[in-house]
Structures are given as C-alpha cells and as structure tokens.
Write a protein that binds this ligand. Structure first.
Ligand code: GLN
Length: 495
C-alpha cells in the first residue's frame, strides 16, 4: 500500500487491527516522507532507529492481540518535550546537546499507548512566538502557498514544526504545546485540528517550562476523531506535576456522536475586532449557521474583559518565563560560553545567557524581570493577575448561564509570509494571539478546526471554547462543525 503517511490515526489504527498494513510499513512511509521534506525544516532531530524498533515491537503486540490505543502509529514530538536520550532543545542554543535522562510524562504516556516516535519537531525558541521564526534551527516553512505565488509562508507558531509535519503528511499526528495559542494558531494556519485541553489535564512534567500557569500539551491531528484518540492517550493524573488533575480521563472518542441538538453556542461580541478581515467575519458567521443547522442554539454573549487579555498575558507569561529560564546558567544544561582569562561566575552566566538565548527570549526575560521588580510588581504583575481573574469570571458567568461552548475565529488572519513581520513592532506579532490567550488565562479547553479557505487558497480555522474538564463535549461539538464545514483541502506538494 502506498501513501500510508497520508493516513490519519483512526484510519491507520483500523488497518493495523485488520492486518492490512504493519507499523513498520507505516513508519517507513513516514520516514521517507520526512527525508523528502527537508525543505520544510519541520523535523529537526530524526530518530529512525527508535521509530523502527518501536514499530517492530508494536507489530508484535498487535499480532498477540494486545494493541493499546495508539499501537504502531507514527507521530512527531515537539522539541519542547524531554525525550530520554534524544536531543530536547526547545529550539534554543542554550540547550544545545542536551539529551535528557528522563522522558516527559506525556511522551511516556504515548510510548505506553504504543505510539512510534519519528523524531523531534521544530518550534519557536522556548515556545515564544507565533511564526516559528525564533527557532535556533531556522524557521519552519508551511507546506501551503498562496495560489501560484511561491513566497514561503509561516506555519504559525510556536508548534509550527508539528503543524507543517501533520499538514504535509510527514507523520500521522504530532504533539504540541499551547501557552497562549501555540497549538490552535498553527493548526488554523495549516488546515489541521489542534486542541489545548483544560489546564491540568496533561502533565507538564518533563515539558520545558515557558509559563507554568498557562502551559498545556495537546495533540495536533488531521481530524477531530484523531484528536480525541491522541488526547486520551496523552492525559493522565501525574503526582510529579502538582497542578495535574486527579480526574478520570474519559473515552473521548466514544463521545463523538455528532449530536449537538439543544447545545447552546455563545458568540462573544467582544471578539468582533475593529478591522477584522471580511473573510474571517464570514467564516465565523458561516460556522454559527452550520452549528445552528446541526440543531444547536446560537446565543449572543458578552465577555467584557476580553480587551485586557492580550496585555495581561504579555505581563504574566514573560514574568513566569523570566523565572523559569533562570535555571539556564551554563552549569546545569547545554551550552556554556567560552570564558576569558579572569572571568568569574558572573561573567560565565552573563556570557552564556547572552549567547544562548535569542532576541525574543531575551526580550521576554527583560519584560518579565521588569514587571516582577520591587517597584513595578503591583502596577504590572499583580494588576495583570487581577485582570486574569476577571477574564476567568467572564467565562464562568456565561457557562453558569447555560452556554455549552463558545465559537470564535481561531486567528485574526490567514498565514502570513516568512519575514513579513521582521521589521514590525513585536506587538504586531503578539496580536496573532488575540483570540486564543483568553482561553489559557482562564485555563479552559479550546480547539481549532479548519473551516474554510481564504481567497488566496489558504486555510482558515474556527475556535470552540468549552467548559472546564468537558473536552469530550467540546470534541463532539467540533466533530459536528468539522462534518458541516467539510474541509478537505490539502497543500499542493512543491517540496
Ligand atoms: N504566541 C504566544 C507567545 O509568543 C503563544 C506561544 C505559546 O502558546 N507557546 O507567547
């Protein structure tokens, strides 16, 4: 069978169980697709030996009738996850050569579920960015292009390697992480599905920390069913992460009935931003019509503190990042600067951090230490925390009023060109997160589903935001939306 790499998780799983293909065949198909796609720069550490060894083990388990949920399915892992004995660099120079002695809980859960790791995926440095241009490995390229224009586009960020790899069929699915939108924005830019679960669903243990109160892992997949399968495999209660929830993980796939009759879907008026492109407005109202046609009730709602979300996020996330990144000191991990005669420990820290961190990471560390400094702590950090509470309360109020899910655009535009934002004010880049950061600040589950193409033929996504811990219900609403939207476009292969 050819083109096995083009399958999704559910399709491949069913073929494996029927004995119509093997994990080794699936894995080899992905490995050759990866080798032929270096132009995309998505996989930055390839692990073919590990992949084939796991694929053989998976085939043996399937033959014995002992196949766990993801048995034999080849996936990519974002470079932010620590993987035992395999480079885990968070796309930063400062972690060059770092091969952890341990496996993150999420990637271990995937191993335990039988998944086959193909390699590590490119991303923005320490997951800070929206275009994958802050990576030490160089930017990822999206497999999508605008019509016949061969200008290279961003796949979004920070999980841009994951997005490109899934959209270009280099793997069946991939892990991502999302602190302010890094699963949902790249998923929307590349026409794939990505879900950020409720804060606490996936263990953060062994995932390189960016902003600990916002970070969550999640799957990036070719469709909603695959997201349900992979999310279930990734989640668990983990005593090694004190914020991991001690809650049973439901069978998400079994909840995909497509029946959303009587569900109340909120349309928040504050997400109708000034200057929003007409195409995004139309996509959003078409999405609402689709859910209505499927039997849902559409309700206008208000989330009054939305406009403060982006500024609050860009205080809280850098504050936590500056603290988390203090551990990169040239002693414990990775890169250490070459020192001059007479240099002491202070010079060692300074030189190592100046060389090891790229400009965006340095900007975040500086903003973070500033907003946490004695004179400004109350004015910035504490105020941002209060705003965060109000944003969370906006959502609690609409859920208490009976809203089941909220529909918004996933991004304010389609993918932009690589390099297009280089000279822009960094705030221009931060605006990409305007529809997604609220969800992280409130700790809620959010999913991006591809719903249409813009006039240049680029994917556009819609976001659904769910009640806490109700990912199953959210996935089911997304499943109904996916069915109605009928998005089947794929990028034309040029790489
Ligand atoms: N683009 C956002 C940022 O740079 C979000 C990143 C993320 O979710 N990891 O902070």
């Amino acid at each position: 069978m050819s083109d096995l790499n083009k399958l999704g998780l559910a399709e491949a799983r069913d073929l494996l169980r029927k004995g119509e293909t093997t994990s080794v065949e699936l894995t080899e198909s992905c490995l050759s697709a990866i080798d032929a796609a270096d132009a995309l720069n998505a996989f930055v550490h390839k692990t073919p030996e590990i992949a084939l060894e796991r694929a053989k083990a998976a085939d043996a388990r399937i033959a014995e009738g002992d196949a766990p949920a993801m048995c034999g399915l080849p996936i990519g892992i974002k470079d932010l996850f620590c993987t035992k004995g395999v480079d885990s660099q968070a796309a930063s120079r400062i972690l060059e050569g770092f091969k952890p002695e341990y496996e993150s809980t999420v990637s271990q859960n995937l191993v335990d579920a039988g998944a086959v790791m193909l390699g590590k995926l490119n991303m923005d440095e320490f997951a800070m960015g929206s275009s994958n241009e802050t990576s030490v490995y160089g930017n990822v390229v999206s497999p999508w292009r605008r019509g016949n224009d061969d200008a290279e586009l961003t796949p979004g960020g920070s999980s841009g390697g994951s997005a490109s790899a899934v959209a270009a069929d280099l793997c069946l699915a991939a892990t991502g992480t999302d602190t302010g939108g890094s699963i949902r924005q790249p998923a929307a830019f590349t026409g794939i599905t990505g879900i950020k679960p409720t804060y606490g669903r996936c263990s953060r243990w062994g995932v390189v920390a960016f902003a600990s109160s916002l970070d969550q892992a999640g799957p990036m997949t070719k469709n909603v069913r695959d997201a349900a399968i992979m999310l279930e495999a990734m989640c668990s209660h983990d005593p090694k992460d004190s914020t991991s929830a001690d809650l049973a993980v439901p069978n998400f796939e079994a909840m995909l009935t497509g029946d959303i009759k009587g569900k109340k879907i909120g349309i928040p008026k504050e997400y109708r931003m000034d200057g929003m492109p007409g195409e995004i407005e139309k996509l959003w109202s078409d999405g609402a019509e689709m859910l209505k046609a499927a039997g849902a009730e559409i309700v206008d709602i208000s989330l009054p503190h939305t406009k403060y979300a982006l500024p609050a996020y860009y205080v809280i996330a850098p504050a936590e990042a500056s603290s988390n990144l203090a551990r990169y000191d040239g002693v414990r991990y990775g890169h250490r600067a070459t020192l001059a005669q007479g240099d002491g420990i202070t010079e060692m820290y300074e030189k190592t951090r100046a060389e090891g961190f790229g400009p965006e990471v340095q900007r975040r560390v500086m903003i973070g230490t500033y907003v946490l400094s004695a004179g400004f702590y109350d004015a910035y950090y504490n105020r941002a925390r209060r705003v965060r509470t109000l944003i969370k309360k906006d959502f609690e109020d609409v859920f208490a009023a009976g809203i089941d899910a909220i529909l918004t655009p996933a991004t304010p535009s389609a993918a932009f060109g690589l390099g297009e934002m280089t000279d822009a004010d960094p705030v221009q880049m931060y605006l990409n997160d305007v529809f997604t950061v609220t969800v992280n600040l409130a700790g809620l589950p959010g999913i991006a589903v591809p719903a249409g193409l813009d006039k240049q033929g680029l994917p556009l996504g819609l976001q659904l935001i769910g009640r806490p811990w109700e990912e199953g219900d959210l996935l089911n609403t997304a499943y109904a939306l996916e069915d109605a939207a009928g998005f089947v476009a794929k990028p034309a292969k040029w790489w």
